[in-house]
Design a binder for this molecule. Structure first.
Ligand SMILES: NC(=O)C1=CN([C@@H]2O[C@H](COP(=O)(O)OP(=O)(O)OC[C@H]3O[C@@H](n4cnc5c(N)ncnc54)[C@H](OP(=O)(O)O)[C@@H]3O)[C@@H](O)[C@H]2O)C=CC1
Ligand SMILES: O=C(CO)COP(=O)(O)O
Length: 346
């Protein structure tokens, strides 16, 4: 079995490393913090990010990136979106063989509006890999680490690369599909975090299941609206990486985005919430990116707009809900051909 480097020793990197080790690969889990890597090797646990979970013997933690990627056939990037460019620049200096390159990161970069694979393509020398693969879907690290049944989708512009990643991860607990729609798969995974923040706020305000179902469904409509404008296949949003991930993130106590929203709904301030979380809450930056994108391209995203005002303009959550409920009346289903004709170019 192959040598694989997983870069990012947070909850998701560790859970993915466990799957690979279960599949008998030799896994190098890289942490940018020396003490963290040492503690993982010593205790055989990642106490900070997956407390109480015993790591399989096939995982070794590394702090030195050159050592972690030496001789590996595959590199999986699982750091937060804001760290992707920096880690790619470090990789350029130490990786000297061609690898299969995948990522499990869910975000869009504010300002550039780049998806994670686009950021990787901009930063990483193209001699080092063929086409990036994204691995996404409804999958909380806590449940994957307990080997509970989970499904994911591997997508790439080169389907052969996606199949290689499918092969590496698939087992009796984790079923992996493939998809050619890289844009839709990455956007579904990133944009659902915005709606999960909203679902948490709704729960924090004491609203019930009706409100949450409405947020999920109307949230899906605006994810599909933006995603389709950016070149995604609209059907992808009905799959695992669209509605599947939206459901799991909006309804699970494991979701950091839901938890952060819940605290906001209970009246906490964003900075205090983020300090308290101690783990990445990707939906915050993605809300900023999607809001900028929707504004500049005149795409109707009322939930995202409301979230943006709560997160960055101190809007009162209950007022935002009132505004959403009293918007101008409209027909539920929209004209897909109009959306397809309005694709964002470039
Ligand atoms: N957790 C989950 O269930 C899932 C998460 N994801 C996605 O995976 C990505 C990673 O999330 P997750 O593992 O959960 O996040 P966590 O917050 O659990 O962990 C993030 C990890 O990345 C490290 N890190 C932060 N900045 C850098 C940097 N500049 N260079 C190197 N390492 C860095 C952190 O180190 P430090 O301890 O120093 O902060 C930490 O080890 C996110 O995009 C998330 O949306 C996708 C599916 C499921
Ligand atoms: O992406 C996830 C589940 O698929 C994890 O969501 P959170 O980052 O909100 O925990």
């Amino acid at each position: 079995m192959g040598k694989i480097a997983v870069l990012g020793a947070g909850s998701w990197g560790t859970a993915l490393a466990m799957v690979l080790a279960d599949n008998e690969h030799d896994v190098r889990l890289w942490s940018h913090k020396k003490n963290h890597a040492a503690a993982i090797n010593e205790t055989r646990q990642n106490e900070r990010y997956l407390p109480g979970v015993q790591l399989p013997s096939g995982i070794t933690a590394f702090h030195d990136l050159a050592e972690a990627v030496h001789d590996v056939s595959t590199v999986i990037l699982v750091v937060p979106t804001k760290a992707i460019r920096d880690v790619c620049r470090q990789l350029n200096k130490v990786l000297d063989q061609q690898v299969t390159l995948a990522h499990g990161t869910k975000g869009i970069e504010p300002g550039s509006f780049k998806r994670v694979s686009e950021m990787i393509d901009e930063e990483l020398s193209n001699q080092l890999y063929d086409k990036v693969v994204v691995l996404s879907g409804p999958s909380h690290a806590e449940e994957v680490s307990q080997r509970q049944p989970t499904t994911l989708t591997a997508s790439s512009e080169n389907l052969e690369e996606a199949k290689k990643v499918q092969d590496l991860f698939i087992n009796g607990n984790l079923r992996v599909y493939t998809s050619p729609d890289m844009i839709g798969v990455e956007l579904g995974g990133a944009l659902k975090n915005i709606i999960a923040l909203g679902a948490g706020i709704s729960d924090g305000l004491g609203y019930g299941d009706n409100a949450k179902a409405a947020l999920i469904t109307r949230g899906l409509a605006e994810i599909a609206r933006l995603g389709t404008s950016m070149g995604a296949n609209p059907l992808t949003f009905l799959g695992l990486t669209g509605v599947g991930d939206l459901i799991v993130t909006c309804t699970s106590v494991h979701s950091r985005n839901w938890k952060a929203g819940n605290l906001l709904g209970k009246g906490k301030k964003l900075d205090d919430v983020l300090d308290h979380m101690g783990m990445v809450v990707e939906g915050v930056r993605t809300t900023q990116a999607a809001h900028q994108l929707a504004e500049s391209h005149e795409i109707d995203m009322p939930i995202t707009d409301g979230l943006f005002r709560i997160l960055f303009e101190d809007a009162v959550p209950r007022d935002v809900v009132d505004q959403l409920m009293t918007r101008v009346r409209r027909q539920e289903m929209e004209d897909l051909s109009a959306i397809l004709n309005n694709r964002i170019s470039g």
